[in-house]
Design a protein around this ligand. Structure first.
Ligand SMILES: O=P(O)(O)OP(=O)(O)OP(=O)(O)OC[C@H]1O[C@@H](n2cnc3c(O)ncnc32)[C@H](O)[C@@H]1O
Ligand SMILES: [Mg+2]
Length: 168
Protein backbone atom coordinates (compact mmCIF):
# COMPACT_ATOMS: atom_id res chain seq x y z
CA UNK A 1 0.00 0.00 0.00
CA UNK A 2 1.14 3.51 -0.71
CA UNK A 3 0.64 6.33 1.80
CA UNK A 4 0.96 10.06 1.23
CA UNK A 5 1.43 12.35 4.25
CA UNK A 6 0.13 15.88 3.72
CA UNK A 7 3.12 17.80 5.08
CA UNK A 8 6.87 18.24 4.71
CA UNK A 9 7.25 18.57 8.49
CA UNK A 10 9.78 15.86 9.50
CA UNK A 11 8.02 15.12 12.81
CA UNK A 12 4.87 14.15 10.90
CA UNK A 13 6.64 12.15 8.17
CA UNK A 14 8.75 10.26 10.74
CA UNK A 15 5.66 9.31 12.72
CA UNK A 16 3.93 7.81 9.67
CA UNK A 17 7.11 6.03 8.53
CA UNK A 18 7.42 4.50 11.98
CA UNK A 19 3.85 3.23 12.23
CA UNK A 20 3.73 2.04 8.60
CA UNK A 21 7.33 0.79 8.46
CA UNK A 22 6.60 -1.82 5.77
CA UNK A 23 4.74 0.51 3.42
CA UNK A 24 5.78 3.15 0.91
CA UNK A 25 5.45 6.56 2.55
CA UNK A 26 5.63 9.73 0.45
CA UNK A 27 4.93 13.32 1.44
CA UNK A 28 3.14 16.15 -0.29
CA UNK A 29 2.76 19.72 0.87
CA UNK A 30 -0.98 20.47 0.87
CA UNK A 31 -2.94 23.33 2.47
CA UNK A 32 -4.92 22.62 5.63
CA UNK A 33 -7.67 25.00 4.38
CA UNK A 34 -8.12 26.19 7.98
CA UNK A 35 -6.24 29.02 9.71
CA UNK A 36 -2.47 28.68 10.10
CA UNK A 37 -3.17 28.52 13.83
CA UNK A 38 -6.32 26.45 14.49
CA UNK A 39 -8.08 27.48 17.72
CA UNK A 40 -10.42 24.57 18.47
CA UNK A 41 -10.70 20.80 18.27
CA UNK A 42 -13.07 21.14 15.33
CA UNK A 43 -10.82 23.45 13.32
CA UNK A 44 -7.73 21.33 14.02
CA UNK A 45 -9.55 18.11 13.05
CA UNK A 46 -10.91 19.78 9.88
CA UNK A 47 -7.33 20.70 8.93
CA UNK A 48 -6.19 17.10 9.32
CA UNK A 49 -9.12 15.78 7.25
CA UNK A 50 -8.58 18.40 4.52
CA UNK A 51 -4.93 17.47 4.21
CA UNK A 52 -5.66 13.71 4.16
CA UNK A 53 -8.39 14.09 1.52
CA UNK A 54 -6.15 16.07 -0.83
CA UNK A 55 -3.42 13.42 -0.49
CA UNK A 56 -5.87 10.56 -1.14
CA UNK A 57 -7.17 12.39 -4.21
CA UNK A 58 -3.71 13.21 -5.58
CA UNK A 59 -3.13 9.74 -7.07
CA UNK A 60 -4.97 6.50 -7.84
CA UNK A 61 -5.09 3.90 -5.09
CA UNK A 62 -3.29 5.77 -2.32
CA UNK A 63 -4.03 6.35 1.35
CA UNK A 64 -3.85 9.95 2.57
CA UNK A 65 -2.79 10.94 6.07
CA UNK A 66 -3.18 14.45 7.49
CA UNK A 67 -1.73 15.60 10.81
CA UNK A 68 -2.59 19.00 12.24
CA UNK A 69 -1.52 20.90 15.33
CA UNK A 70 -3.70 23.42 17.11
CA UNK A 71 -4.82 24.78 20.44
CA UNK A 72 -8.13 24.62 22.30
CA UNK A 73 -9.64 26.01 25.50
CA UNK A 74 -11.00 24.05 28.42
CA UNK A 75 -12.68 26.70 30.55
CA UNK A 76 -10.12 29.50 30.34
CA UNK A 77 -7.08 27.32 30.01
CA UNK A 78 -5.36 26.80 26.69
CA UNK A 79 -4.21 23.33 25.70
CA UNK A 80 -2.11 22.09 22.83
CA UNK A 81 -4.22 19.75 20.70
CA UNK A 82 -3.43 17.62 17.67
CA UNK A 83 -5.56 15.66 15.24
CA UNK A 84 -4.89 13.10 12.55
CA UNK A 85 -6.97 11.74 9.67
CA UNK A 86 -6.55 8.74 7.39
CA UNK A 87 -8.48 8.62 4.11
CA UNK A 88 -8.64 5.32 2.19
CA UNK A 89 -8.63 5.08 -1.62
CA UNK A 90 -12.43 4.51 -1.31
CA UNK A 91 -12.57 7.79 0.66
CA UNK A 92 -13.49 6.31 4.05
CA UNK A 93 -12.30 8.73 6.73
CA UNK A 94 -10.82 7.82 10.12
CA UNK A 95 -9.81 10.45 12.68
CA UNK A 96 -8.06 10.46 16.06
CA UNK A 97 -6.68 13.04 18.45
CA UNK A 98 -3.41 13.27 20.33
CA UNK A 99 -2.29 14.03 23.84
CA UNK A 100 -2.99 17.48 25.25
CA UNK A 101 -0.84 19.59 27.54
CA UNK A 102 -1.49 22.94 29.14
CA UNK A 103 0.20 25.98 27.59
CA UNK A 104 1.40 28.84 29.84
CA UNK A 105 -0.64 32.04 30.02
CA UNK A 106 2.06 34.07 28.24
CA UNK A 107 1.76 31.79 25.20
CA UNK A 108 -2.01 32.19 25.26
CA UNK A 109 -1.54 35.99 25.26
CA UNK A 110 0.79 35.92 22.24
CA UNK A 111 -1.49 33.55 20.32
CA UNK A 112 -4.39 35.94 20.94
CA UNK A 113 -2.27 38.68 19.34
CA UNK A 114 -2.04 36.53 16.20
CA UNK A 115 1.45 35.02 16.46
CA UNK A 116 1.70 31.35 15.37
CA UNK A 117 2.63 28.83 18.05
CA UNK A 118 5.63 27.63 16.02
CA UNK A 119 7.14 31.15 16.15
CA UNK A 120 6.25 31.71 19.81
CA UNK A 121 7.88 28.42 20.81
CA UNK A 122 11.22 29.35 19.21
CA UNK A 123 11.49 32.58 21.20
CA UNK A 124 10.05 31.00 24.37
CA UNK A 125 12.53 28.10 24.32
CA UNK A 126 15.35 30.14 22.74
CA UNK A 127 15.72 27.50 20.05
CA UNK A 128 15.31 27.24 16.30
CA UNK A 129 12.63 25.20 14.55
CA UNK A 130 10.98 23.73 17.64
CA UNK A 131 8.04 22.78 15.39
CA UNK A 132 10.33 20.52 13.31
CA UNK A 133 11.97 18.94 16.33
CA UNK A 134 10.73 18.26 19.87
CA UNK A 135 7.71 20.53 19.44
CA UNK A 136 5.82 22.41 22.11
CA UNK A 137 4.86 19.09 23.64
CA UNK A 138 8.54 18.20 23.98
CA UNK A 139 9.35 21.51 25.68
CA UNK A 140 6.45 21.30 28.14
CA UNK A 141 7.02 17.62 28.99
CA UNK A 142 10.72 18.05 29.69
CA UNK A 143 11.41 16.14 26.44
CA UNK A 144 9.68 12.98 27.66
CA UNK A 145 7.23 13.11 24.73
CA UNK A 146 8.46 14.54 21.42
CA UNK A 147 6.17 15.95 18.73
CA UNK A 148 7.01 12.93 16.57
CA UNK A 149 6.22 10.45 19.39
CA UNK A 150 2.89 12.22 19.98
CA UNK A 151 2.05 12.00 16.25
CA UNK A 152 3.13 8.32 16.24
CA UNK A 153 0.44 7.64 18.80
CA UNK A 154 -2.14 9.47 16.67
CA UNK A 155 -1.11 7.51 13.54
CA UNK A 156 -1.27 4.26 15.51
CA UNK A 157 -4.84 5.15 16.50
CA UNK A 158 -5.64 5.77 12.83
CA UNK A 159 -4.05 2.51 11.70
CA UNK A 160 -5.80 0.51 14.42
CA UNK A 161 -9.23 1.89 13.56
CA UNK A 162 -8.69 1.28 9.86
CA UNK A 163 -7.61 -2.34 10.57
CA UNK A 164 -10.60 -2.92 12.84
CA UNK A 165 -13.24 -1.56 10.46
CA UNK A 166 -11.85 -3.00 7.23
CA UNK A 167 -12.70 -6.56 8.34
CA UNK A 168 -16.17 -5.67 9.71
O1 LIG B 1 4.26 22.20 7.64
P1 LIG B 1 3.07 21.88 8.46
O2 LIG B 1 2.58 20.50 8.25
O3 LIG B 1 1.97 22.91 8.36
O4 LIG B 1 3.61 21.87 9.97
P2 LIG B 1 3.46 22.91 11.18
O5 LIG B 1 4.67 22.77 12.06
O6 LIG B 1 3.10 24.27 10.69
O7 LIG B 1 2.30 22.30 12.02
P3 LIG B 1 0.72 22.54 11.97
O8 LIG B 1 0.36 23.36 10.78
O9 LIG B 1 0.08 21.21 12.12
O10 LIG B 1 0.46 23.33 13.32
C1 LIG B 1 -0.33 24.51 13.37
C2 LIG B 1 0.39 25.62 14.09
O11 LIG B 1 0.73 25.26 15.40
C3 LIG B 1 2.15 25.21 15.55
N1 LIG B 1 2.43 24.02 16.32
C4 LIG B 1 1.59 23.02 16.53
N2 LIG B 1 2.12 22.12 17.33
C5 LIG B 1 3.34 22.57 17.62
C6 LIG B 1 4.37 22.09 18.40
O12 LIG B 1 4.24 20.95 19.05
N3 LIG B 1 5.47 22.81 18.49
C7 LIG B 1 5.60 23.98 17.86
N4 LIG B 1 4.67 24.49 17.10
C8 LIG B 1 3.55 23.80 16.99
C9 LIG B 1 2.69 25.15 14.15
O13 LIG B 1 4.00 25.63 14.03
C10 LIG B 1 1.71 26.03 13.44
O14 LIG B 1 1.94 27.38 13.76
MG1 LIG C 1 1.37 24.66 9.41
Amino acid sequence: MKIIVGSKNPTKIKAVEHVFADEIVNSLSVPSKVSAQPFSDKETRDGAVNRALQCAESEEDVYGIGLEGGVMYVDNQLFLCNWGALVTPEKSIFTASGARVLLPKEIDDQLKRGVELGDIMDSYAEKNEVRNNEGAIGIFTNNLISRSAMFEHVVTLLRGQWEYWKVK
